[in-house]
Write a protein that binds this ligand. Structure first.
Ligand code: FCB
Length: 477
């Protein structure tokens, strides 16, 4: 045990029957508005970039859209009842910005606020603490038409929306997450174009990343000023990154990808500076002329916690000498300035997303964050896996998903016993849902959704998780 381990972690180590988590550990599940709500034309909601993108032929597998999704907009009462039956203590939902501000600006739309007030009331009545993400990728299309995240004004618009939402829900909601995974919004949305709005413009992706973080900073200032007792954080998707071999070239590849995936967001938000090596890697892409004096102080506004989404590890290797990346790949890369890095597979078991299953990577990520940015309470705001699920006699026995959750919760426990201040875990996801560019073909839920009938079937993993929450830990193996 590290010397920084708290007495609390010593206490959980002495538990003989399985692994017990610290008292008060938050057990939850996550979803996102566009992935589950449907009701896209109701309550005055306007189009978001994901409506436009999913309705553009060729963008989403099989032309799937979020028009209906899990119909949660109409079924939220039953869904909350289900959450209560599962024993969830917390639920991370996201608010759809175009329900609150259909044009991305101006006064709040009452019907939109009413929906979330009703949802939050339902949660509280069932003893479930709402954790609200303000931006899980559904930018109002009107703001994209005005330039989107590459434009500075969007950061101000976001802070305004955050304030409006807090004003309406702040008597009921105490936990706020400004952004979900700004890496995806910036680099998939504006770099590779595989996510909405589908632009392939690397310099715009770098500007988008900056304005997302600036928006986070402005919003954090506003939320904390209005309600100093509220907890405000951001959620980043962090990866374990390792080189394929110990060659200097592979080490440099790992430095580059760790730089863009992790440090490009952690450093500005937690230290108020961009990592110098990544800025140098990006020299051919941008001169960072969009960063104004004082911006980084705003970006680094103190937060109450950091949310981490963890799914997998990147194993990377140096470019093969003499082989230039395809021009197509260079133009459409989600790794601007480092397009030549090769992502390699190790042949270890993967999920249905083809993501390598790597629970030790979660220990690495948690310890890396704690080592480099100490003192900050951490939450796993997403962790989970897609597998091909089959309904047999009305049941879904998702043993692979149970194994995935179990291994990753053991990793969380290992991190806690080594002194990492991990305070909670939100499984991704409560329900099978619209998995972005993969449409409904990938199932991440603990609860199976039959999209024709909208029937919900709790899978084995849901029943297993109920037991984890009940005992505040894992049974002996
Ligand atoms: C994350 C997203 C979430 C979901 C999972 C599988 O990147 O935040 O909405 O799609 O991946």
């Amino acid at each position: 045990m590290s010397s920084s381990a708290s007495p609390q972690s010593a206490q959980i180590l002495t538990e003989e029957q399985g692994l017990t988590f610290p008292p008060g550990f938050v057990w939850g599940a996550s979803t996102a508005a566009y992935q589950i709500e449907g009701g896209v034309h109701e309550g005055g909601r306007s189009a978001s970039i994901w409506d436009t993108f999913s309705h553009t032929p060729g963008r989403v597998l099989h032309g799937h859209t979020g028009d209906v999704a899990c119909d949660h907009y109409h079924r939220y009462r039953d869904d909350v009842k289900l959450m209560a039956e599962l024993g969830l203590k917390a639920y991370r939902l996201s608010v759809a910005w175009p329900r609150i501000q259909p044009d991305g600006t101006g006064p709040a739309n009452q019907a939109g606020l009413d929906f979330y007030r009703a949802l939050v009331d339902e949660l509280l009545e069932h003893g479930i603490e709402p954790w609200v993400t303000l931006y899980h990728w559904d930018l109002p299309q009107a703001l994209e038409d005005a330039g989107g995240w590459p434009v500075r004004d969007t950061a101000h618009r976001f802070a305004e929306y955050a304030e409006l939402t807090q004003r309406a829900l702040g008597d009921r909601v105490r936990h706020w997450i400004t952004l979900n995974e700004p890496w995806c919004s910036a680099f998939l949305g504006y770099g590779s174009g595989t996510h909405a709005p589908g632009r392939t413009d690397p310099p715009a992706a770098i500007r988008a990343a900056h304005h997302l973080m600036l928006g986070h900073g402005f919003a954090t200032q506003a939320l904390r000023a209005a309600a100093p007792d509220h907890e405000v954080g951001v959620t980043l998707n962090l990866y374990a990154v390792s080189p394929q071999t110990d060659s200097p070239g592979d080490a440099d590849a790992a430095r580059r990808i760790d730089g863009l995936a992790n440090r490009f967001f952690l450093d500005p938000i937690l230290r108020g500076s961009y990592p110098a090596d990544v800025v140098a890697d990006l020299a051919g892409v941008t001169d960072f002329g969009h960063v104004r004096d004082g911006d980084l102080e705003v970006v680094a506004t103190p937060m109450s916690f950091l949310g981490i989404n963890y799914y997998s590890r990147h194993v990377v290797a140096a470019p093969i000498e003499g082989v230039e990346p395809e021009p197509y790949w260079r133009a459409q890369s989600s790794w601007p300035g480092s397009e030549q890095v090769r992502f390699v597979t190790r042949g270890v078991p993967v999920t249905d997303m083809n993501w390598e299953i790597d629970a030790p990577g979660l220990v690495e990520v948690l310890q890396m964050v704690h080592r480099n940015y100490p003192e900050l309470p951490l939450y796993i705001t997403e962790n989970g896996s897609a597998f091909v699920d089959e309904v047999v006699d009305g049941e879904v026995d998702d043993v692979d998903r149970v194994a995935y959750f179990d291994a990753h919760l053991r990793a969380c426990h290992t991190a806690i016993t080594s002194g990492v201040p991990l305070r909670g875990y939100f499984a991704w996801s409560l329900l099978d849902n619209f998995e972005w560019a993969w449409g409904y073909t990938k199932r991440f839920g603990m609860v199976y959704v039959d999209y024709d009938s909208q029937l919900r079937i709790p899978k084995s993993s849901a029943k297993w998780y109920t037991e984890v929450i009940r005992r505040n830990g894992l049974a002996a193996q």
